[in-house]
Design a protein around this ligand. Sequence first.
Ligand SMILES: C[S@@+](CC[C@H](N)C(=O)[O-])C[C@H]1O[C@@H](n2cnc3c(N)ncnc32)[C@H](O)[C@@H]1O
Length: 248
Amino acid sequence: MSEAFYSHARLYDLMFPGGGPAVDFYRADADLHGGTVLELGCGTGQKLIPIAADGRSCFGLDSSSDMLAEAQRKADERGVEVEWTQGDMRSFDLGRTFDFVFITANSLLHLHEAEDLVSCFRSVRRHLAPGAPFVFDVFNPSVRVLAGADGVRRTRESLAFMDPDRGNVSVDVAEIYDAPAQVTRGTWFLSTDSEPDFVVAPLEIRSIFPQELPLLITLAGLRLVERFGDWRRQPFAVDSPLQLCVCR
Ligand SMILES: C[S@@+](CC[C@H](N)C(=O)[O-])C[C@H]1O[C@@H](n2cnc3c(N)ncnc32)[C@H](O)[C@@H]1O
């Protein structure tokens, strides 16, 4: 349901410019574990391109050809080599193992069914070299925030951006929370003064609650060895923004 959203790869990078503590975190981890790196749901390579620029051998998998085309363009521009492949993280076989596998920026939450999450974790397990870690981050769902998703269209001031081709772009979002499915179903509207709603795209994101998360991991034969609550590696707590998980 979110493919249309990711067909606007250039706009994605303008809206979510990347950089910051998430890139620093994954670069440091890739450095620590060395060897080869695999990112699933790699998008336009916001994390993988800096890691490859550090000299790591990098592999990125994503289901969106548009995101991958933009990733390739950016890697070429930077003179960095990354192997990009189109695929579905729910089930994949790259025919090799990696020393570090990660999924970041809530990419995992595009898998809505518990079976799909477990199937993804099983595929990850098959791609881990002996002793290699699998790290992922998803947001820590707040019942208060989820309950506030009332379907009303609101402007997200913090996401407004300047598109060199179009000018100032505003971003509105209308969301409802489907509690039985644990999925927030949103519609994103991008507008300029002269072109209202030039993008209208659905974006649907699951919540993984703290108690179910280790169970899903265990069902795939992996073990949750550490759960941080933020990019500074603070322990996971009730008000942590993130569930930043290290599995083996
Ligand atoms: C929020 S973006 C994150 C991109 C990148 N990881 C980053 O940090 O900027 C989510 C990405 O997951 C990809 N994606 C969604 N479902 C997927 C699936 N089943 N298999 C592989 N990629 C998927 C989307 O195409 C999109 O590029």
